[in-house]
Design a protein around this ligand. Sequence first.
Ligand SMILES: [Fe+2]
Length: 428
Amino acid sequence: MKIAKKIALALLLIASLYGTGRFAMVAYDSYVFLPRQPYLQMQTQNSITLKWQTPKEEIGSVDYADSLHPRDVLHVSEKKASRYHFLSIEGLKPDTSYFYRVNASSLKIDNTERVFCTLNTKKDLERVWLVGDTGEDSDKQKYVYSQMLKYIDNNLSKIDMWVMLGDNAYTSGTQKQFNKDLFNPYKELIKQKNIWAVIGNHDARRWAFYDIFDFPTKGESGGAASKSEKYYSIDEANFHLVMLDSETEDRSANGKMAQWLKKDLAANKKNWTIVAFHHPPYTDGSHKSNNPKDSGGRMKEMRENFIPIFDKYDVDLVISGHSHVYERSRPMLNHTGDSKGFNEALHVKEMNLQSYMKPLAKTPNSGVIYIVNGSGSKADSGDFKIPELPIGYSVSGSVILEVTPTSLSEKFLSDRGEIKDSFTITKH
Ligand SMILES: [Fe+2]
């Protein structure tokens, strides 16, 4: 008995030492200070926020000017010295680009080609770059990125929005990994585009994600106020983009995220609605949505609890990452089970693979297209046999959307510059 007690005590001691050590490591990885070049956050129609980190405590400032009036330079400054800089610029005009420079003394800031834009209210053509599971710092990541740059003739003004689909920093989403896997490889893009990102399972292994990024909680960028950084929406000229946290947030049908989503989509007046989150409702790539235990049931829960909302409020496109492949459905409705219950006659709105029509007025069950694109820095093998997703490639690449008031064109652009898949939806 005595020996058993001693063993139990020793085990308890080891467990608590391990627990304390693990906690200390996670806290260190999550909050260790690192210098960081300025990046854009909280883009709205009238404001933008800059964040950066300097080795020494100092008062930071930003000079900026409307790109049409570059000589009328305005200046904003922080009030308190810090190593962590956070500066919001208010009173901006929508649909406008601004040149800016960030002033720091203990960090050499790369101020070349710094331009930010406010959200658009009206634009004939908007282009969105969506890329998933990019956090590998690999050659593939560089190729995927450079093919996108080639597609836009190296002219970043041809992109209106950049969306990251989760697993943005492997393997654990530490501060160091975010510098290595995101802030460094995309440094030119980061000088000009707001980082809009959803959290992936790898990002969630540490607490850095929601520390690094600031997302709207009061409907600042459009949509209903969510009171949470984990889910929110953005109104661009032609589309409404919803960002969800399928990793750490309650995914139940009556949870806060689902309740908010219903309210947000009910009030949405934009012609196009796009929803992004990390765990795909359907996939037969490096993850299997037919396996209810894969990813802790997250894919199944998103499918069962959120697809009825997407159907009801006429979402056009749902895009996820997580599976390191590219896959795509036709416009679908009312299919919340696994592939055994799939019936083309009931669950597919239009059978062709390239060109779809939808009514301009929001109409429930008019078809949601599901895209999986988790191959932004590596491609894994997939079976691609589930009937929900007739298109599947084990190819690294990213997605480009071109959105006008009445058309939405999608392209899957591979790391070799090939357009492996494309479709267009037209509304009338
Ligand atoms: Fe993932």
